[in-house]
Design a protein around this ligand. Structure first.
Ligand SMILES: *Cc1c(COP(=O)(O)O)cnc(C)c1O
Length: 392
């Protein structure tokens, strides 16, 4: 049997089980000091104070979309937010269908409308030209994904939003789904810190795992305060409650979306390893592929913009004979995949169907190959040789 090289692998540090076990035996396993510590470390890493953890990225996105509802908008403050009119049921969110369903289902579950935006068939990132064409007075929010960790051109996006602001009198808000992009860099700053709303996932197979978990980075402190209330019923956990079972008045009902100390202990124990070891290994394998695969016929590398550095959660190739390529690598024990099915083909979003030639093309050519920390030098040579000999 040939060797098996998986496309994903859970990264768990040696300390993680120990740290989780300490929490499990401490008598306090809910949201407490370890969540606080994890958030503190994330704030240090990102160089940003406006970070709120949640029990998943999906929760973070749901909560953000809920916060931005029109009825609640007087609580939204800060640059770009003053003129923003809020969003309600008649409004549209422009979003890419080429992503995890977690990016888009919170939109319909918050009762907003989706308008699909095409993707660039050479990167799988949102097509900013199509986005610009589709912006209307109904466009209150734009959701984008940094595919595989490869940053979207946020400066170009900003110019489009400036134009839109001139035309309609408000600037659509941007939510960046950064689930693939922990540690990615754009214009010398970490993805997630460019002033938009951003969400990260600490799910099992992401760069950083807390088993399950996530966080959001918000544009200002008021939103942080509000998000902290909304992630736990609307009750302030930071106030000294007069009676620990009976809360103060709840002025706005909230969800149960908080992270707990067990998950936080796992995330915290993995964090430094991910920053210092895991992400550099992903990048190192990616450079190897970029150099060696650049000139192979029938295979194209992903387009990357200047001033950006992906953290390569995925390494996506675009190949002419996709099916043949997939069969060839699979037969040699190399796991490959398109990773996410396009969301627009599901029947729950039938009503939003539209022609998306870029997505059609991307889906017919894209293949993600193993690139992560578990891919050794021997493995990547084996993958390269298999591509060269078996397929070309
Ligand atoms: C993994 C992932 C999510 C969901 O993350 P959870 O923490 O599992 O909710 C969202 N968006 C993208 C693009 C993802 O890959």
């Amino acid at each position: 049997m040939p060797k098996q090289i998986p496309l994903f692998k859970v990264f768990m540090s040696e300390e993680a089980p120990l740290e989780a076990s300490k929490v499990l035996q401490s008598g306090y396993i809910g949201q407490g000091p370890i969540v606080e510590k994890f958030e503190y470390s994330l704030k240090n890493f990102f160089g940003n104070q406006n970070i709120v953890t949640t029990n998943s990225a999906t929760s973070a996105e749901h909560l953000i979309l809920h916060m931005l509802r029109k009825d609640n908008r007087e609580m939204v403050r800060g640059k770009h937010l003053y003129s923003w009119p809020g969003i309600n049921e008649e409004d549209e969110i422009l979003t890419s269908p080429l992503t995890c369903t977690a990016t888009n289902w919170p939109i319909i579950l918050n009762n907003y409308k989706i308008k699909w935006v095409d993707v660039e068939p050479n990167s799988c990132n949102i097509d900013l030209k199509d986005l610009e064409r589709k912006i209307s007075i109904k466009t209150k929010i734009i959701v984008l994904v940094h595919w595989g960790g490869n940053p979207v051109d946020l400066d170009k996006l900003s110019i489009i939003l400036d134009k839109s602001e001139k035309k309609f009198g408000f600037r659509p808000l941007v939510i960046e789904d950064c689930a693939h992009a922990f540690g990615s860099i754009y214009n010398n700053a970490l993805i997630g810190t460019h002033g938009n709303f951003a969400t990260f996932s600490f799910q099992a197979i992401k760069h950083l795992t807390s088993v399950d978990g996530g966080c959001m980075i918000l544009p200002n402190e008021n939103l942080v305060k509000r998000a902290k209330l909304l992630r736990w019923y609307g009750i302030d956990r930071e106030q000294n409650r007069k009676d620990f079972r009976c809360e103060e008045d709840v002025s706005e009902a909230g969800f149960k979306m908080h992270l707990n100390d067990v998950n936080a202990a796992v995330g915290l124990a993995n964090l430094n390893h991910v920053i210092n070891k895991v992400i550099p290994l992903h990048r190192n394998n990616a450079s190897f592929y970029k150099e060696r695969l650049a000139d192979l016929g029938g295979i194209n590398l992903s387009n990357e913009i200047e001033n950006s550095e992906s953290s390569y959660w995925l390494f996506t190739l675009f190949v002419e004979e996709q099916q043949k390529f997939i069969e060839c690598l699979t037969k040699q024990g190399i796991q490959v995949s398109r990773v996410h099915e396009r969301n627009d083909i599901h029947s729950c979003v039938d009503q939003y169907k539209t022609d998306l030639p870029g997505v059609n093309q991307a889906v017919s050519k894209m293949v993600c190959i193993p690139v992560g920390w578990w891919v050794s030098e021997e493995d990547r040579n084996y993958i390269l040789d298999t591509i060269k000999s078996g397929w070309i």
